[in-house]
Design a protein around this ligand. Structure first.
Ligand code: ZN
Length: 326
């Protein structure tokens, strides 16, 4: 039988079978994925083959095969420095919630997030939230930001969860897919999730403060079915995960607008810095590439990656950030 892992608690995995029932499963044998040394063999989102074990009072299952992943996200294991912990697998879309003022979301933060998503092979969508709160200046800023990313080819949505604006468009992008939501603390994830699915109460809140102290809190990702044929993966307590290790030459490959041009650079190993006849720098001078993007690129190239660890996928818990307001 084939199913999808909805939850993992270390030794038990909750698998939803193709017929829609949930079965608690264990793993049989050792699972080794090519190229990954991970502390957990199976993660939420994995597609697995399992068989039922009806000998006990409660029907349980045994997972004996894992299907190839389309992608997966990891963080470095705290204690075993060379091992990865796989947080989730087979994610179709990651939605980054962006607010202009409250809190401010910077170009640099968005760029780094997008680079991570590109590196993981996950489609990222920018969701400009709280658009009902923008004054004239911040509206200009929001529209400019949106313009920058739309030009590159990223989907952008304008949403107000409190006024239910843009919610249907967001749902459209989630139908039939597995999604994750991310963004700074306070961008309104819980209000948004409530707007999408009022009955869904993610068990989230308490962990965030603890996880700021250190990463010893063990928490587990979980997948939820939504009523409109969509699924989301919530990742409680995960405060950032390590950036994929990238060679300098790889980085521009994760900036789609640079990637398109790099064949036109004189040197095929061009880093788009001081090299002559660089198509990226030429496009930059012609305002065809945003300066903010190039600045972030240079910073990543220099190895300034502190934000990856602290901010990307900063998971302040979907439920906690908005409850105070209501
Ligand atoms: Zn170049």
């Amino acid at each position: 039988m084939t199913g999808t892992v909805y939850k993992s608690t270390g030794s038990w995995y909750t698998v939803k079978g193709s017929e829609g029932t949930f079965i608690e499963c264990r793993i049989k044998g050792k699972f080794r994925m090519k190229g990954i040394k991970s502390t957990n063999p199976i993660a939420v989102g994995d597609h697995v083959d399992y068989e039922l074990d009806e000998s006990s009072d409660k029907i349980t299952g045994t997972i004996h095969n894992i299907h190839e992943r389309s992608n997966y996200i990891v963080r470095k294991s705290v204690n075993l420095s060379h091992q990865m912990h796989i947080i989730a697998a087979n994610i179709d879309r990651v939605f980054l919630l962006v607010t202009i003022n409250n809190p401010p979301t910077t170009f640099s933060f968005i760029d780094r997030f997008l680079v991570t998503a590109e590196a993981y092979g996950i489609e990222a969508v920018l969701v400009f939230n709280k658009i009902d709160t923008l004054d004239e200046n911040s509206l200009d800023e929001q529209l400019y930001m949106q313009h920058v990313y739309q030009e590159i080819g990223y989907k952008c949505l304008r949403v107000s969860s409190t006024q239910m604006k843009g919610i249907e468009d967001l749902k459209q992008l989630m139908v039939g897919k597995v999604s994750m939501f991310s963004g700074h603390s306070g961008v309104g994830k819980s209000t948004l999730v409530n707007a999408l699915e009022p009955s869904l109460h993610l068990k989230t809140t308490e962990i965030s403060e603890q996880s700021k102290q250190g990463q010893h809190t063990t928490t587990f990702a979980e997948m939820y079915d939504l009523s409109f044929d969509a699924r989301i993966i919530d990742t409680p307590g995960i405060k950032g995960f390590g950036m994929v290790n990238m060679e300098p030459s790889e980085i521009s490959g994760y900036f789609p607008e640079f990637f398109k041009l790099q064949d036109q650079c004189k040197f095929n190993n061009c880093l788009h810095k001081e090299e002559p006849h660089c198509a990226v720098k030429k496009a930059l001078e012609n305002d065809e590439i945003a300066w903010s993007r190039y600045q972030t690129y240079l910073k990543i190239l220099e190895g300034d990656d502190e934000h990856y660890r602290t901010d990307i996928y900063n998971d302040d818990r979907i439920a906690s950030d908005e409850t105070r307001k209501s």
